[in-house]
Design a protein. Structure first.
Length: 751
């Protein structure tokens, strides 16, 4: 057995002994390539989904045979990464599993080839070369260079090289990749090449037959005459008529606007008089097949009992009262006014707090279908609004695709990670999203592929984001923001007790969840998780219960937890020791509130200021402001002194002014040679006059401070109203001081 990272290629198959070049823009795929290069000797398992058209394949959609490839080269590009792969060998996949950073891994084993009689192998190679030569002579696709590549090769290699060059479709290529026996591959290749040769010969024969009846007056009917001969040979003269009849029947049943109906009728009429050999024929047929099967009038009956809706949501999720209440209000109002517009809700919060899962529960509670669209990293607007049907590989946008897939015109559509959309030369997806979400515009939403308006007003759109400040402003103006904040230690314990453990224990046939005491849960949360949500906690508890089941452990305590899970990962994640020139600041990151440390030292110099710790432009300017304040108000002279400011947690970019208050405190601590207690933290923006200004994200910051053991915080007085939203347990555990000017704080801390 061997564990190896996996990369999934759609619409592309690699075979052993084949080299391909790829452009990779997907973030997870890029991480997979880097992981392979660093830890797996540049080896990677290359697979293709069983269903090439599945947009989001699950583990069950992945094949059990793949090809291990060698990453020959890797080059960074503007779009992501370009790599060169060479197929090495087929392997059998025992299982797939996800590791950290969402990278897909596999457990594989090498496949032993069946024994082949030497004489039979030689005969098959000889036959393959003969048929291949005939195929090359009848085709303009291949050159004789292929013959030189298979000289002195065994049957296994010969079949893979030939299959890699032939213009088979994706399903045929997949069958050759999954076929382990080279004898079967050889026989299939001989059959497939002979079939292609016969088709080519038949095509030439048909050309000759058509040319015999060819005249000046018949030139424009050449393709039609050709298809008639083909249909006569195959006995399928009426297939086109049957398909047109089916389209007309579907159109008759649809209750859609008259103009749309007339447009579809014209397309059917056009298809009726079009030759099947015309390239436009398949375009129009696919278009009609799609537009006629859309759920124009199909919807699910929505639940009208708001108490029952609340009950379902409470059974699936702890807390999150604001979003639950908002959905219940929508149901209650809809009972009064059937025409009320669906709300457009944006759930903002760090990873793991339940944004996606509550959206799924809302769909379940309302008895609506659910569909998820991820727009993280999306930079091409056509992925949302579709491409014209005349374009190559045209398709509807993700919204229409989702509605078609669920078969209902009133689903809950989750648009995930709207704060990570990208605007570039390909377009602005946020602007397109405005048209999709706006209840005034989306009644007549027109996908480029459909070219006709489709009513999206019955769709309940729920958006998610990790960071409020990264949501495009125009989009922010159209949605209802509901914050899903970080969980406190007690909330995590309750979630584990009431929701996570019952589910995990049921899955592992362990009923006695009461064996996990509150103290034990606190120990697990504090020592094995470090997050705002409960995703990591769920993984840790699942791992622990799994190990208990395997080892038949009936009772559990701290010592057994350490034995099963290993040394605690976060037992040393504590606030820094008190020291001169050191102060704690509260940060609001995409992962929730946190406490980070700023520190400053001085040494002889010329007044130079150095700033490190992954700082943005705003943060750099904030440091210049605090130095000017200290020079002006407290008359310190730095003309012969260099200062070095450093902010810990360099993996998080800091680009806000709210660390200004902590920065000036650590500088004053250095100048006054007085320590600041390590259980005190500060947040606030400073003006040049020393006024402490209002900041954002206070609730998340204070929850983060509470989780890190901070006892005292100093915040801007102008943020007093924000304290009303703070959980009582946080208010009761932290001394919150409101300050409006640095002079007040200077007097309190240093005089």
């Amino acid at each position: 057995m061997q564990n190896i990272p996996v990369i999934i290629l759609k619409q592309l198959i690699i075979l052993p002994n084949q080299e391909i070049k790829l452009e990779i823009s997907n973030i997870i795929s890029q991480k997979t390539v880097v992981e392979s290069t660093l830890k797996y000797n540049s080896k990677i398992l290359v697979i293709a989904p069983i269903d090439a058209f599945e947009e989001d394949p699950g583990v069950e959609d992945l094949p059990r045979v793949g090809v291990i490839a060698q990453i020959k080269s890797r080059i960074a590009t503007n779009k992501g990464m370009q790599i060169k792969l060479r197929g090495i060998k087929r392997v059998a996949v025992n299982k797939y599993y996800n590791a950290e950073d969402s990278i897909l891994f596999s457990e594989v084993m090498y496949i032993d080839l069946p024994n082949i009689i030497k004489e039979e192998e030689s005969a098959l190679i000889k036959k393959l070369k003969k048929v291949l030569k005939k195929y090359i002579d009848s085709s303009n696709y291949l050159s004789n260079d292929v013959l030189s590549l298979i000289n002195n090769a065994d049957l296994n290699k010969v079949t893979d090289i030939i299959a890699s060059f032939l213009p088979f479709d994706i399903n045929k290529k997949l069958s050759y990749m999954q076929e382990i026996n080279p004898i079967k591959r050889a026989k299939n290749l001989i059959g497939d090449m002979n079939e292609e040769i016969k088709i080519q010969e038949l095509d030439e024969e048909l050309d000759n037959k058509v040319n015999e009846s060819f005249s000046e007056d018949q030139r424009k009917f050449i393709l039609r005459e050709k298809i008639k001969v083909i249909n006569a040979e195959l006995g399928e003269e009426n297939l086109q008529n049957e398909e047109i009849k089916r389209f007309k029947e579907l159109l008759e049943k649809l209750k859609i606007p008259v103009k749309v109906k007339e447009k579809i009728a014209r397309e059917i009429k056009k298809l009726e008089f079009m030759n099947e050999a015309s390239p436009e024929f398949s375009v129009i047929r696919n278009y009609l097949d799609y537009i006629l099967n859309l759920p124009w009038n199909k919807c699910t009956k929505e639940s009208s009992n708001f108490n029952m809706v609340l009950k379902v949501l409470n059974e699936s999720h702890y807390g999150l009262e604001e979003i639950k209440t908002r959905i219940a209000e929508y149901v209650a109002i809809k009972n009064i006014n059937k025409n009320v517009s669906c709300p457009i809700i944006c759930l903002v919060g760090p990873p793991g707090v339940g944004k996606t899962s509550i959206a799924m529960s809302i769909a379940n509670a309302l008895n609506r279908k659910f569909y998820k669209i991820s727009v993280g990293g999306l930079n091409d607007a056509t992925e949302l609004i579709g491409s014209r049907k005349t374009y190559l590989a045209s398709a509807p946008g993700k919204i229409i695709q989702g509605i078609n897939k669920v078969g209902s015109n009133n689903p809950v559509i989750l648009i995930d990670e709207v704060d990570k959309m990208v605007k570039d030369y390909k377009g602005d997806p946020a602007s397109v999203l405005l048209e999709i979400l706006d209840p005034i515009q989306n009644k007549t939403f027109t996908d480029n592929y459909l070219e006709e308006p489709f009513d999206l007003s019955n769709v309940l759109f729920i958006l998610t984001a990790n960071y409020l400040n990264d949501i495009p402003y125009a989009l922010l103006d159209r949605v209802e923001i509901i914050n899903l904040n970080s969980y406190t230690l007690f909330e995590k314990k309750d979630i584990a007790r009431k929701y996570l453990l019952p589910k995990i224990c049921r899955e592992h046939i362990i009923v006695e969840k009461e064996r996990f005491s509150d103290e034990l849960l606190y120990f697990i949360i504090n020592n094995y998780t470090y997050e705002s949500g409960v995703r990591e906690l769920n993984r840790v508890l699942t791992s622990l219960v799994r190990k208990m089941a395997i080892n038949n452990i009936k009772t559990i305590n701290q010592e057994k937890v350490i034995k099963l899970l290993g040394t605690p990962k976060y037992e040393n994640e504590k606030i820094n020791e008190a020291n001169i020139g050191v102060a704690n600041t509260l940060a609001y990151t995409p992962n929730g509130g946190d406490v980070t440390c700023c520190e400053v030292i001085s040494y002889s110099g010329t007044g130079k200021v150095t700033c490190t710790g992954n700082l943005g432009q705003i943060m750099q300017e904030s440091i210049e402001v605090i130095i000017s304040i200290v020079k002006n108000k407290y008359k310190y002279n730095f003309s012969k002194t260099d200062l070095h400011f450093h902010y810990l947690s360099a993996d998080i970019k800091k680009d806000g002014p709210s660390a200004g208050l902590a920065s000036i405190i650590c500088l004053l601590s250095l100048m006054e040679k007085k320590k600041i207690a390590n259980d005190i933290a500060f947040t606030g923006e400073l003006s040049l006059n020393g006024n402490i200004l209002k900041i954002g994200g206070l609730k998340e910051k204070l929850i983060g401070a509470y989780n890190r053991g901070i006892k005292t915080v100093y915040i801007p007085k102008s943020n007093q109203e924000d304290l009303k939203e703070l959980p009582e347990v946080v208010k009761n555990s932290i001394e919150i001081n409101l300050v409006s000017n640095i002079d007040d704080l200077y007097t309190k801390l240093f005089k």
